[in-house]
Design a binder for this molecule. Structure first.
Ligand SMILES: [Zn+2]
Length: 474
């Protein structure tokens, strides 16, 4: 498949042809979400936000600007982000007395307000989310959807009474993201980042790294336990039942919408174009009448009847009645947009009151009775999602390769463009050498399962402490 041979070109063609994104906007790293891409984003958000609501999070909207002094309050945080923030320094030709920055992430926008809102233990837990764009001046080459200077995400921020409650929250967040990714059929590794790569200001960071056809991993979500670091910096305290004042313990997590769209395209699509999981497809079913002169009237009327029935079931359906394209051209067109199920309605279907269903994945067809169409389509949706998930999982399995020595490490990551699994002693010197010889990064060790090293450190030969995954990354 072309996507495994020339990923960039294949990917750019799909996002252009399927109206996902137009990267020709005249500011580098900024792009326009077009109709198909933005509808997919909205459908993903609907699944995510509903799950956040169900688990006691509340939506809010904080300003995009952050004052310099708030940004500078947590020392690790400012160190991590200062090189990539956009500053606002002027209004007209007057210089602002207080410089402002565009949020690169919203801890320092939210937490001064948290300090005002949280008074007693009764105010906790506080669980807030927002779906917004954030701004980071990426210095590496920008890539549409993968690495942009303005990108869409959903970020959640929580405050708790104790470390244990924050730990529970971390697990809840991982559960929420896993649930959404499952409905998208995505495959990824859940990794605890090494300390040198954790979020600036966090105690530790967990990340979801999705596989990509070019061997680079794509971080689609992160979950951080912030401990009391920000509570101390922003003086976020509560009065406990015993009358004592204590720092809150915080978590935050980010769901990268732009990158999730990239992962859906990269993992599922093929040489015909986009393939979409049914839950997020802007159009889930397209009906294409197959018309011949003698029967056109009857077939059109029947297609309309099929359309009304499917539509009234709540499925997002479109009846393609355009006259300037042949049925074959219509098939090709909607395949490119990744519509999961095509319904063909021809003279024979009309005579026998059947419909012909064709799946976008694999393009298999089956004929079902009109009365059974809606049930059959829903079954196909489940089947499609299962197939996407299985296919994606098997690629991930194939992509992870054990490296036994430095030579094989370099071969796996550089030459074969895969994810290497290696034993590491946790020393920074060996991490540097792993980076040098592979051209990739230590992405971390598995969070969801425990893997015990069965070999010495791949670099120094001393006892290994962790089994880690090494890959190049977006
Ligand atoms: Zn070592």
């Amino acid at each position: 498949m072309k996507k495994f041979e020339n990923f960039s070109e294949w990917f750019d063609e799909i996002i252009f042809n399927a109206d996902i994104l137009d990267a020709r906007y005249p500011v580098k790293g900024f792009a326009v979400y077009k109709v198909w891409g933005f509808r997919i984003v909205k459908n993903i958000l609907e699944i995510l936000e509903r799950k956040l609501d169900e688990t006691g999070h509340v939506p809010m909207l904080f300003p995009v600007v952050i004052p310099e002094d708030a940004f500078a309050r947590e020392s690790e945080h400012i160190k991590g982000f200062s090189s990539e923030v956009f500053w606002i320094t002027h209004a007209g030709d007057r210089e602002l007395d207080k410089k402002l920055l565009l949020r690169p992430t919203s801890e320092t926008a939210m937490y001064p307000m948290f300090a005002l809102w949280i008074r007693s233990h009764a105010d906790l837990p506080l669980k807030v989310y927002q779906s917004v764009a954030v701004y980071r001046y990426e210095t590496k080459a920008t890539r549409p959807l993968f690495r942009m200077r303005e990108f869409l995400w959903n970020e959640a921020h929580t405050a708790h009474k104790t470390w244990e409650e924050a730990e529970k929250q971390v697990r809840e967040a991982i559960g929420i993201y896993s649930y959404v990714f499952k409905r998208l059929g995505l495959s990824y590794l859940i990794l605890r980042r090494p300390d040198f790569d954790k979020f600036a200001g966090a105690v530790y960071s967990i990340a979801f790294d999705a596989w990509n056809p070019d061997g680079r991993v794509n971080q689609i979500g992160t979950v951080h336990n912030l401990g009391e670091n920000f509570a101390k910096a922003f003086e976020i305290t509560y009065e406990d039942v015993d009358g004592k004042h204590r720092n809150v313990v915080q978590t935050c997590y980010g769901f990268g919408l732009s990158r999730v769209v990239a992962a859906i395209i990269a993992q599922h699509s093929d040489d015909h174009g986009l393939i979409l999981p049914p839950d997020v497809a802007p159009i889930q079913v397209v009906i294409i009448p197959i018309l011949y002169k003698e029967t056109a009237h009857e077939v059109n009327a029947y297609a309309k009847e099929v359309y009304e029935t499917i539509k009234s079931s709540g499925i997002r359906v479109h009846l393609d009645t355009t006259e300037d394209k042949t049925p074959g051209e219509k098939f090709y067109y909607w395949e490119m947009f990744g519509v999961p199920v095509r319904v063909e309605v021809g003279p024979r279907d009309q005579r026998e009151r059947n419909v012909t269903l064709v799946k976008r994945v694999g393009l298999q067809r089956r004929v079902v009775k009109f009365e059974e169409a809606v049930t059959a389509i829903r079954e196909l949706f489940d089947e499609i999602l299962r197939e996407l998930e299985e296919r994606s999982n098997s690629v991930l399995k194939e992509f992870v390769v054990d490296a036994v020595d430095q030579l094989s490490l370099s071969e796996i990551v550089k030459l074969k463009r895969r994810i290497a699994r290696v034993c590491w002693c946790e020393s920074l010197e060996c991490a540097d050498k792993i980076r040098e010889s592979s051209g990739g990064e230590i992405r971390g060790y598995r969070f969801d399962i425990e893997e015990k090293p069965d070999k010495p450190c791949i670099i120094c030969g001393r006892e290994a402490k962790r089994v880690v995954y090494v890959a190049r990354a977006y």
